[in-house]
Design a protein around this ligand. Sequence first.
Ligand SMILES: C[S@@+](CC[C@H](N)C(=O)[O-])C[C@H]1O[C@@H](n2cnc3c(N)ncnc32)[C@H](O)[C@@H]1O
Length: 718
Amino acid sequence: MAPRKGPSNRMKKQGIPEPLDESLVTRKRKDAPAAAVEERGKKRRTAKEAPRKDAVINGSKGKSKGKPVKKLAPPPVSDDEISDNEADAIDDPDIMEDPLDGVNVTGLDALGSASDSDEADDDEFGESGSDVVDSDTEVRKAGLWSDDEDEDDIEEKLTAANIEGLSRKLDMQKAIEEAEAQAEMEEAALQTNIAERPKVLEDEQDEDGRPISTFAAQDLQLLRTRLTDTVRVLDDFKNLAEEGRSRAEYRAQMLKDICAYYGYSEFLADKLMNLFPAREAFAFFEANETPRPIVIRTNTLRTHRRELAQTLINRGVQLEPIGKWSKVGLQIFESQVPLGATPEYLAGHYILQAASSFLPVMALAPQEHERVLDMAAAPGGKTTHIAALMKNTGCIFANDANKSRAKGLIGNIHRLGCKNTIVCNYSALEFPKVMGGFDRVLLDAPCSGTGVIAKDASVKTNKTEADFMKLPHLQKQLILAAIDSVDHHSKTGGYLVYSTCSVTVEENEQVVQYALNKRPNIKLVETGLTFGKEGFTKIGGRIFHPSMKMTRRYYPHAYNVDGFFVAKFKKIGITPPNAIGANGPSTNGKVDATQQEEYVDKTPIVDEDEQEESDFGGWDEEEDQKYMERAQRNVLRRKGRDPKAVLDNPHKKAKQGQNGAEKTDLKTDAQASGERVQKAKKADVAAQGAKVNGGSGKSSGAESRPRKGNGGREEKVR
Ligand SMILES: C[S@@+](CC[C@H](N)C(=O)[O-])C[C@H]1O[C@@H](n2cnc3c(N)ncnc32)[C@H](O)[C@@H]1O
């Protein structure tokens, strides 16, 4: 892969960033005009020309001066290379696939302290670990290497070994400061050049009433200027908007420019823009243009973080602890060796894992000797973290529906020395039927990957309305299966963590709300994570349960981590008999009298037709319907047909089947593929049911067996 141009976000310490400052924007689209490239080149040259501050670091000025900058190592071998056909719809946020690029720098802020459960005994860097970002040597030494005076010599050596990276860090800091100053000047000039109310909107409009742009989309500089102006206006509409112009017009302009500048489909850009105020939305899109830092997680089953850091530094890796919030993460600034092929990597001392992927496991907080289910586990970043936290005790069932990915999972489990883990290959929808009664369940759900666009830019254009119907539908089914796999009687646990690497409301709050609606026997609890934004309780006309505040959202522009969502539930009782779906722990020997009375429906959840509404209910079904209809109208419009004329056509209506299903070609792509998925799923479930039952082809019997606690009466099985 060609090296990235311009400084990378990887060099930034993970932490809460400065308020949006356009000067910090360093990376534009690859097709940016030559002027922009030239400008970046200048900045890089500035960085090189900036005087080094080696002496400030450790008094050994000149040590690294003149030392040829070695060619960087090839990209780390991804732990996720088995990912193949899943790539489209299912994103794996965990494994860093990008090559190391260029010099890496800048300060990390601690985002909070690691919870006790986060391998507390591995805190070799001490409390001051995060202070090492400071260029002051003394702080660095004390914080990074040890409090142990006997090890002064080693510390000295290590500090020297890391010196080149630190020196570059200072260079880069200086370059950034200069770039900031320059941008401030530009901004000031811009402010004086433009009228008080910037002229952003064109007078001409298209047939939809949207402004027509007078310059070509490839005029990126102009586009960017208009974008920042529009953001400014939306930020201070009262004072900056042109007279007679509405907020909607500015928003439409911004949407158009976001699509042109960053290359998003209008559909996705709109969805993402709706999550934030204009300024923050801009910061989000901007952050998606730069990769996140390379991070490795120390495998505490094999080594300690300090030991690992020492070894890697000796190999020419520049690194730092990730921040106070994790005691096992190391941020890599630069490496002379391929991180996916070092002896330590091969010996399983670490795994390349995105920082935000630590979070769901930290929230899960698995305890020693517990029984844990990781429902969608491949390639195993989180499973192996769970195993480490459990110190290889208890038992983890690591499941993934994708066989080839499950093979990679096995590879990682072996490499990292997890001995308490059993790998299985079911659709997680089957899980209450396969087995249940888990102390804790992690559902790191398949998702659209809108949190990892920096890693996979194809998400910008390849996600459709259909995806945002199919995926939430699957996620809703999975979360019910997950809940029903938890043992609410667990003495130590009874928890479920739901996570995605997506930032959309449909895949997060809506799924959580759905679970709360369908399972009154669960409640949201605090995640225990020390940073992260609260989940939405209200957005775009949707209202969620107040406890949604306890869920956590992570954004690239806010924390320099992949976009992520984490929710933690506690199961507080049996699933009531009228609940939709399954509930059925009985295989761990923990069945008691109460459970005997429990409604046990081990049927995989394949349909949601019969769902009742609740206080917050109604929105899921109606909402889905609304989207379906909108999608249908859009498809017709795209085909150049008038949706009103077609959809209200009595002839078409007459063609509808008895159940109201559309039998004409009016079905949207979304509907058609949704149905195909349902059919395939049913077939798959049937086949897997056969597999579970020894390949006899018979069902488990759950479908025909009278339900317990129901007076022998047959429950309706979907
Ligand atoms: C986000 S990735 C999981 C990443 C993993 N937890 C980790 O930390 O390495 C989602 C996974 O869900 C799996 N998956 C998709 N549908 C599934 C289903 N119905 N049952 C189980 N796993 C499924 C995919 O194969 C994919 O590996």
